[in-house]
Design a protein around this ligand. Structure first.
Ligand SMILES: [Zn+2]
Length: 481
């Protein structure tokens, strides 16, 4: 059913939007090589330094494997000579023309989601949250005790957004996102605790944000990263969807303005339909937690992407990232994932989704870099999902137990009020948007245990000041104004 819709939409797009006789050109096939630079010491800081250096030199740095001290780039023939000129030593990695066909492509993802929805009709719903450049649906799976009840009426519940495949070649990431959805769905069959969580939260799983890129990976270029944005002549150059978000777009040289770069930020902030789909979902859902799955390098990344910058809730974010990383053993079996910001562990990044969710919505936001290559043997799927299950449930447990829900309403009419909310100890220093209630007058915020002064102000000048004590259990603060 969904498959047929995709084909129909694509056909309309090809004949309707481009005009008669015009056909989209596939990306120009270029010789691409995976090259691994070998660090000389066993020190992770040397590996980070090499990755940062190669990124500054304009290389497409795919990731690294700290266990063996290797940094990988995807490059053409000229890049290989440049590596030689720079005096770096390493080796070429043989590369499959296509990823293992058992990994999810856009059609198989749609079928997979439909299967899940049929198995759990009361607590799941498939929503099309957007349409890609080439007309493919961007699909989300809503998992919620209220999912089977038609339109969600009053919010009043916190949301978590979990996504994968911003970058097309990262084929393990949709599998992990589906794996986390199934963790909740299967767990709720026997765990009263998880049933209770599903009745109080909304979970939005978007396994494949970039379906056009996925199609390129499975049909013509297994190392494709960006979306399928094309230029006037209809040849595809692509935009890096994870450099296209409005928060800190092009803020710190963490992206490129060249459309042929692998980190091209796009013609304007949120110019891409894939970016818009997630931005709009977040604007509606106001996520309290945001998890984004990427590959590779075995990292737990937290905001922000620009050098030297941290969110105002740095202590909470850092300590939770450490806890979560310790629960994620590396694929090699030696050591665990490494926690840190992108600028500490990789290089500067701007206009990314994690920064957007933290800076725009105050979400607790993490990016996971899974595995030690983009397209590992399919057999690694089960162990990857298994280890992330523990990390995911740990974050959920922490978030659920440290949630402050504020409801602001008119004392006379009971109508929800639109209000701004400030905490005395959370001081925005990086251009973050003020915390604000949603259309139903609610704001949900994860806070570390402690005392907080809270200031609530409506646009028509009503205000309240409260002091709350968070003690590791969820609280509801009702503000009647
Ligand atoms: Zn990525």
């Amino acid at each position: 059913m969904i498959k047929a819709t995709v084909l129909a939409v694509t056909a309309v797009f090809l004949t309707g939007s481009l005009g008669f006789g015009q056909v989209l050109q596939p990306p120009i096939p270029q010789a691409t090589f995976r090259f691994r630079i070998q660090a000389t010491s066993g020190n992770p800081s040397e590996v980070f330094a090499i990755a940062r250096y190669l990124n500054k030199q304009g290389f497409d740095v795919s990731g690294y494997d700290v266990t063996v001290g290797q940094v990988e780039v995807v490059t053409g023939a000229s890049g290989l000579s440049k590596i030689q000129e720079l005096g770096l030593v390493g080796f070429l990695v043989t590369q499959e023309l296509r990823p293992d066909s058992r990994y999810l492509n856009p059609d198989r993802l749609a079928e997979k989601l439909q299967g899940i929805q049929l198995t759990y009709p009361q607590i799941t719903r498939i929503e099309r949250i957007g349409t890609s450049n080439q007309g493919r649906p961007i699909l989300a799976l809503l998992v919620s005790g209220k999912a089977g009840h038609g339109r969600l009426m009053s919010k009043g519940r916190p949301s978590m957004i979990i996504d994968g495949l911003h970058h097309a070649r990262e084929v393990m990431t949709p599998e992990v996102v589906i794996g986390m959805a199934e963790t909740l769905l299967q767990g709720a069959q026997y765990s009263e605790g998880l049933q209770d969580v599903l009745n109080r939260w909304d979970f939005w799983f978007i396994p494949m944000l970039n379906p056009d890129g996925s199609q390129i990976v499975f049909t013509s270029n297994s190392m494709w990263r960006k979306n399928a944005r094309s230029d006037e002549r209809n040849s595809i150059h692509g935009v890096d969807v994870n450099r296209n978000y409005t928060f800190k777009w092009r803020a710190c040289n963490g992206s490129s303005t060249s459309k042929w770069s692998e980190t091209y930020s796009g013609a304007a902030a949120a110019s891409e339909p894939e970016t818009q789909a997630l931005v709009q979902l977040a604007e509606k859902e106001r996520p309290s937690v945001y998890l984004s799955y990427h590959s590779f390098s075995e990292l737990v990344l937290y905001p922000y992407g620009c050098s030297g910058s941290f969110p105002a809730e740095r202590l909470m974010v850092e300590s939770l990232a450490k806890e979560v990383a310790a629960k994620l053993p590396r694929d090699s079996g030696g050591g665990s994932y490494i926690p840190g910001t992108p600028w500490q562990l990789l290089y500067d990044v701007d206009g990314d989704s994690m920064g957007h969710m933290s800076g725009t919505h105050g979400a607790l936001a993490f990016t996971f870099e899974v595995n030690t290559e983009f397209q590992p043997p399919y057999e690694l799927k089960a162990p990857t999902i298994a280890k992330h299950r523990g990390a995911f449930l740990h974050i959920l447990h922490r978030a659920d137990n440290n949630m402050l829900t504020i409801r602001v309403f008119d004392g006379a009419t009971q109508a929800p009020l639109s209000a701004r909310i400030q905490f005395d100890s959370i001081v925005p220093r990086n251009g973050e948007l003020p915390f604000r209630t949603d259309v139903d007058g609610y704001f949900h915020k994860i806070l570390m245990p402690g005392r907080y002064g809270v200031l609530i102000q409506t646009s028509d000048g009503r205000r309240a000041e409260k002091v709350i004590e968070m003690r590791g259990e969820r609280q509801l603060l009702e503000i009647s104004l």
